[in-house]
Design a protein around this ligand. Structure first.
Ligand code: HEM
Length: 519
């Protein structure tokens, strides 16, 4: 007897518990150990793992949020944050160097904080040949699905090809007025609050909300309640997924926290429903489509297919891209603006320098992409803030083929964790003033004087570098220009400087500043 072309005994075996056991043992035990041995043969060390948690226990133990202000005034917190946000990596670096192996559950990861190693490794590989670690794809599915952040291979080429034009200078130009509109509404709220006697504002909460509104309007043509609801649910989903240290990579991980898994699934579905209603109503008017926003382009791509690859987007693809852009398109930029307001509150001289520049360059001109290009000092400030507080604190890859680095062969399937915070705070790359806020280091050098061109990576590297970076530059400049023209900022005595990682690099207890209207 043959079923599906298999001899009878083999077919029986393929459904047997024995085979299942063999498969699980292979993927959780044999295959990771095999990769680990290959990496060890390359000479990489690392903390010893235990089965089935890998090194998670040690990461979990030390991952309680600690304040880095403890002995300092809140107005003068330290920027030396690596050992606070990634204490385990900081410690392991001391014993194992800047490239080593650690384990998330049964998945070995190659930790990389050496830009030279990264350069050699990445010049070998085309963008479409990189994968994203499967454990993260699985874990972050409710947030990103198979959207641009996670999609791989030819599918990634196709998605990126359709999406990239949404960020063309012409489209960005059209977004500027919507950005100003939302920021001005936030300013009105702040003025009302200050007039009622409360000048302490959690700028992170406010700016994240406004940035959510901006991405909803500029990318999806969404306004009002619906947009707010998607933002709030995405935030709740992020909290549910990343608030506590999780057991990513551990077999049956989801069983450790059933409630959290169910909550994330439920939120993911609710977000899908909200976005689906927007997609459906825009689809109905596809023929009359004049909007060149992101959703418009995705729908046109869907309608026409792709000339070379000849495929259209499924509704699932569209939903995943919308979710991806909603989240990736507001959180990192909003946090960059929030950290900037903190640093400017600590450095009044820079606050004044930026105000002078705004007066000189913008005056009473309309805020558009050409005028904003003249705000050079503001760009140095943005670069320096993203160096000290990279809001996307790490970059991940998974090898989809063996990679040669000098005489080492990194095996196919290797997960990689590139520690951007570590590289941005590495004295060997930046010099003695590495932990000081000195925007002028970017005056004559786009790399801020870093002695390696891959040591500064706030937007990632290679062909998979951030697709929304130009949009974030514009939004950053518009929001900051409007805020600095109306208010001055001081650190509130109640501010607790506790940067922590919740997917992005955020202030754990909000970012409380004293805000005063300018005369
Ligand atoms: C300050 C703001 C931002 C920062 C620091 C940032 C940072 C990053 C980083 C580090 C990556 C990974 C790159 C890599 O893997 O090499 C990335 C990818 C991405 N970002 Fe951003 N980002 C920002 C703003 C935005 C905005 C405004 C959008 C959308 C409107 C966006 C959408 C994306 C997408 C879709 C990807 C995946 C690109 C791909 O894999 O092809 N980001 N970003």
């Amino acid at each position: 007897m043959e079923i599906l072309g298999l001899p009878g005994t083999l077919a029986f075996f393929s459904f047997s518990p024995l085979l299942l056991l063999f498969r699980l043992t292979f993927s959780w035990w044999i295959s990771p150990i095999y990769t680990h041995l290959k990496l060890k043969r390359c000479g990489f060390g690392g903390p010893p793992p235990t089965f089935p948690l890998g090194n998670i226990q040690e990461m979990k133990k030390k991952n309680t949020v600690t304040s880095v202000t403890s002995s300092l005034l809140p107005s003068n917190p330290t920027h030396d944050i690596h050992s606070t946000v990634f204490p385990y990596f900081s410690r392991w670096q001391n014993s194992h160097g800047k490239v080593f192996i650690y384990w998330l559950g049964t998945e070995p990861f190659l930790y990389i904080a050496d830009p030279e190693f990264l350069k050699k490794m990445s010049t070998e590989v085309l963008a479409k040949k990189w994968g994203k670690p499967r454990v993260f794809r699985h874990d972050r599915d409710p947030l990103f699905g198979n959207g641009l952040v996670m999609v791989e291979g030819n599918e990634w080429v196709r998605h990126r090809h359709v999406i990239a034009p949404a960020f063309s200078p012409l489209n960005l130009k059209a977004m500027a007025s919507m950005m100003s509109e939302s920021t001005n509404e936030m300013i009105e709220r702040w003025i009302a609050r200050i007039n009622s006697g409360n000048s302490e504002i959690d700028v992170e909460k406010e700016v994240v909300e406004t940035a959510g509104e901006i991405i909803a309007k500029t990318s999806f043509g969404m306004k009002g309640r619906n947009a707010k609801e998607v933002s709030e649910k995405l935030r709740a989903l992020q909290m549910s997924l990343f608030r506590t240290t999780r057991y990513v990579g551990v077999p049956f991980e989801k069983c450790f926290n059933v409630m959290k898994t169910l909550e994330a699934k439920k939120l993911g579905k609710e977000i899908d429903q909200l976005l689906l209603s927007v997609i459906t109503s825009r689809m109905k008017s596809i023929k009359r489509q004049t909007q060149e926003d992101l959703l418009g382009l995705l729908l046109q791509g869907n309608h026409q297919g792709d000339e070379k690859l000849g495929k259209t987007f499924t509704t699932r693809d569209l939903l995943d891209e919308c979710k991806t852009f909603f989240f990736a398109g507001h959180e990192t930029t909003a946090l960059a603006i929030s950290w900037t307001l903190l640093l400017l509150a600590m450095h009044e001289d820079w606050q004044n320098q930026l105000r002078d520049e705004i007066r000189e360059v913008v005056g009473d001109k309309e805020l558009d992409i050409n005028v904003l290009a003249g705000l050079k000092k503001m760009k140095w400030v943005m670069n320096e803030v993203l160096r000290l507080y990279p809001t996307a604190p790490n970059v991940q890859r998974q090898a989809r083929e063996d990679i040669q680095v000098d005489n080492l062969r990194i095996p196919n399937g290797t997960n990689m964790w590139i520690d951007v915070v570590a590289m941005h705070h590495d004295q060997a790359l930046w010099g003695k003033d590495v932990n000081e806020f000195r925007p002028e280091r970017f005056m004559n050098d786009v790399n801020g004087g870093c002695n390696h061109k891959m040591g500064y990576l706030p937007f990632g590297f290679g062909g998979r570098t951030c697709v929304g970076r130009n949009l974030s530059f514009m939004e950053y400049k518009i929001v900051l220009t409007l805020l600095l023209s109306r208010f001055s900022f001081k650190v509130s005595p109640g501010y607790n400087h506790s940067p922590s990682i919740m997917l992005s690099l955020r202030p754990t207890y909000g970012l409380h500043l004293l805000v005063q209207p300018l005369n």
